[in-house]
Design a protein around this ligand. Sequence first.
Ligand code: FAD
Length: 419
Amino acid sequence: MQLCTDVVIFGGGVAGLWALDQLTEAGYSAVLLESRGLGAGQSIAAQGIIHGGLKYSLQGMLTASAAEIREMPHLWKSCLEGRQLPDLSAVKVRSPFCYLWRTDSMRSRLGMVGARIGLRVAPQSVSPAELPDVLRQCPGSVARLAEPVIDPGSLLETFRQRHQSRLLQISPDVAPEFELNGTGDVRSIRITSPDERQTLRLLPQMTVLTAGAGNAGLRSLLRLPGQKMQTRPLHMVLVRGDLPELNGHCVDGARTRATITADVDQAGRRVWQVGGQLAEEGVQQTPEQLLSHAMQELQEVLPGFDLSGTEWATYRVDRAEQATRGGLRPESPGVLTEGNVLSCWPAKLALAPQLATMIVQAVGQHAAFRTTAPLARGLAQTPATPEGWPVPDVAAPPWERNQDWVPFSSRPGERRAAA
Ligand SMILES: Cc1cc2nc3c(=O)[nH]c(=O)nc-3n(C[C@H](O)[C@H](O)[C@H](O)COP(=O)(O)OP(=O)(O)OC[C@H]3O[C@@H](n4cnc5c(N)ncnc54)[C@H](O)[C@@H]3O)c2cc1C
């Protein structure tokens, strides 16, 4: 069996799915291949904050390219309200805003000042009457920041529903076979179904890699140069139990000491994902060490809030990005064009729309499409994918996968010593 298509996309995280949506909207025929679950790398593990530049302004480095992130909350809001394409009105919004609060240190006070100066939409002070109980005993004023928080799982599911006929689950164990021409362009790709009973030969004009950390392996199969990608690890904390809804950042100097986002698990328990500085520093720690530190940290970050009865766990995940000098966080999405292959990294979930625009532009500039617009070529937009070929599901969020939960202890160090 073989299938002709304008574009083949590898990887169904937020980057690949948003690009698929925009490419088909622009009139290109495209299929997306996924080897695990949609978003199985970073997207399903993300906290879902549509950043508007808080982190950059805290560090006093909102450069021209980074400034584009300031437009993201507004753009996403239009899509989430169904006023702009892609229509994301079915996506679950965890919160329309993030709280911003601080601890009592001087660094922390200065961080709040930085946040107020650098942002396009200044944080709004929350009046004492509006303060959620969980933040009632925090020092200083608590602010509200117009950065929406979405549930990444429902975002992936929205795109899945819309593009089912263009999504193909491929075997995680059998590598795709690329046929290259003399200049290294992809001529065909042979893929294998998950049960390894069917194969399909794809004949794309262009191949787009949005496989996150998987881009490295695909680039190696395509004999493209290495070292174009970097990974930056995180060790995240999960807390579940009788918890209130809370989405926001505890600011400490130029860093976010802890970033907390909330969802509900399948058993109806509230789950907090805790990232920020805690998760960056946690990379060097064992789960036990990180949990011990996190239990102390959250008591300081949320003074007076009772965490007893909660359960705690951790998960590790790598952020996969285009390589930067010194391995620093990239400020903007990256698209690398090599022949008829694009390697792409969004840098942030919030920047997926910007990356998709860059991908559509790069595809349009390629020789195969430069002279004739895809719609003018009159190609069928939906290539006929083989009947019965499995469609990938959305990956499970980290709190549904994690089995190693431990009870909260107000003096975790003592518990470890006793053990
Ligand atoms: C813990 C954490 C929290 C984050 N929080 C935020 C946040 O609050 N806000 C924000 O803006 N950003 C956040 N980010 C960053 C954001 O998650 C990423 O920038 C974004 O999700 C990357 O999307 P992606 O589609 O490039 O990659 P991924 O989501 O990793 O998707 C890659 C996909 O490719 C598939 N794949 C891999 N190899 C292959 C292959 N060979 N063939 C086919 N498919 C393959 C994978 O299974 C996966 O589905 C966070 C990241 C992490 C790790």
